[in-house]
Write a protein that binds this ligand. Structure first.
Ligand code: ZN
Length: 289
C-alpha cells in the first residue's frame, strides 16, 4: 500500500493503543494501561516521536469530548467520571510535541468510520456504530463525515420505554437512572441480576430484557438518522444469539413502516478503535483516495 504514514491513538479508559500505518495494515503498534493523564500522554508522545515523520495523527478517545475547534478547551476530555481525567487536554501535548495536524473524535465515531472504510459497512454511505459494554456508546458517519453537533452524539443516554412492572430495576446510570445505558450496559445487567453478564446462562431472563432494550434504543436511532447500516458491537454482544434476538424485536418495532437498516456485527472487532484513529488521520491528511 502506498501513501503517507499517519499515526492513530486509541485513548481508552483502561488502555491506550498507539499505531502507525498507511491504512489498516499497521507498521508499528504499542499498547499500555491508562495511568494518570500526564504519564499516559507522555508515553504516547514518546512512541510517536520515535516513528518516521507522520503526515497526521488521529485520536479516538473516550469522552465526553470538546470537539469545537473554536472552543478554548478544544481537544479536551470534559466531564468524565474517570478519576483524574476530567478537563484533560489530550490534543495539546501531542500537537506541541509532534507538530502535525490532528483529528480528534469520539472512539465510537472513529469506529463507525473504520467499519465504513474497512469493515462491516463498506458499501454503506451512512453508518451508525453502537457498542454495548461497560457503557453504551454510539457514533455515526453521515455523508462520509463523523456526526457532530453541539458536541457529539450521546446515544447511550437516550430514554427508552421502561415497563417497571416487567422490570422494576431502577437503572444503573449515575446521571439518569434508567436511560439506555442504565438499563442495558454490562454494569446494568450485573446490578440487575447480581452476576456479570458473561456468567448468565443463555436461557436467563436477563437476555429477554436485554434484546428488547437494545432494540428499543436502536429503533430510535434508526428512525432518527436513517442509517444504511448499524454495526452493533461491544462485549455484551458476544453472547450467542443476542444479535438475532435484537433483529427480531427490531423488526416488530419498525412494523414494516420503513426499510430498517441492516444490523450487523463489527468486522474489525477490538481493532475498531485504533483503526478508527488511523481513519481519522487519513481523512485529516486528505490522503484517502
Ligand atoms: Zn444515562
Amino acid at each position: 500500500m502506498t501513501g503517507r504514514l499517519v499515526g492513530g491513538l486509541e485513548a481508552g479508559g483502561t488502555k491506550f493503543v498507539c499505531a502507525v500505518g498507511r491504512g489498516p495494515d499497521l507498521v508499528a503498534e504499542t499498547r499500555f494501561a491508562t495511568m494518570t493523564p500526564a504519564e499516559t500522554l507522555a508515553r504516547a508522545v514518546e512512541f510517536f516521536q520515535c516513528q518516521p515523520s507522520l503526515a497526521a495523527l488521529g485520536i479516538a478517545s473516550f469522552g465526553p469530548l470538546d470537539l469545537d475547534p473554536r472552543s478554548p478547551t478544544f481537544g479536551f476530555i470534559t466531564t468524565t467520571p474517570k478519576p483524574g481525567w476530567a478537563r484533560t487536554d489530550v490534543v495539546g501535548p501531542l500537537r506541541r510535541a509532534l507538530g502535525v495536524p490532528i483529528a480528534f473524535d469520539t472512539d465510537v465515531n472513529a469506529a463507525a468510520l473504520a467499519e465504513q472504510r474497512w469493515g462491516a459497512a463498506r458499501d454503506a454511505g451512512s453508518v451508525v456504530y453502537v457498542t454495548v459494554g461497560t457503557g453504551i456508546g454510539g457514533g455515526a458517519v453521515v455523508n462520509g463525515r463523523p456526526l457532530h453537533g453541539l458536541a457529539h452524539p450521546e446515544m447511550g443516554h437516550m430514554r427508552i420505554p421502561h415497563d417497571r412492572t416487567a422490570d422494576p430495576f431502577a437503572g444503573a446510570c449515575p446521571h439518569h437512572g434508567d436511560c439506555w445505558e442504565g438499563l442495558a450496559s454490562a454494569p446494568a445487567i450485573a446490578a440487575r441480576w447480581g452476576q456479570a453478564p458473561e456468567r448468565l446462562p443463555d436461557d436467563h431472563p436477563a437476555w429477554v430484557h436485554e434484546a428488547r432494550y437494545l432494540a428499543l434504543g436502536l429503533v430510535n436511532v434508526i428512525l432518527t438518522l436513517s442509517p444504511e447500516r448499524v454495526v452493533l458491537g461491544g462485549g455484551v454482544m458476544a453472547r450467542a444469539g443476542l444479535l438475532e434476538r435484537v433483529r427480531a424485536h427490531l423488526k416488530e418495532l419498525v412494523a414494516g413502516y420503513v426499510n430498517a437498516a441492516d444490523v450487523v456485527a463489527p468486522a474489525l472487532g477490538e481493532r475498531s478503535g485504533v483503526l478508527g484513529a488511523i481513519a481519522l488521520a487519513l481523512a485529516q491528511d486528505g490522503a484517502d483516495g
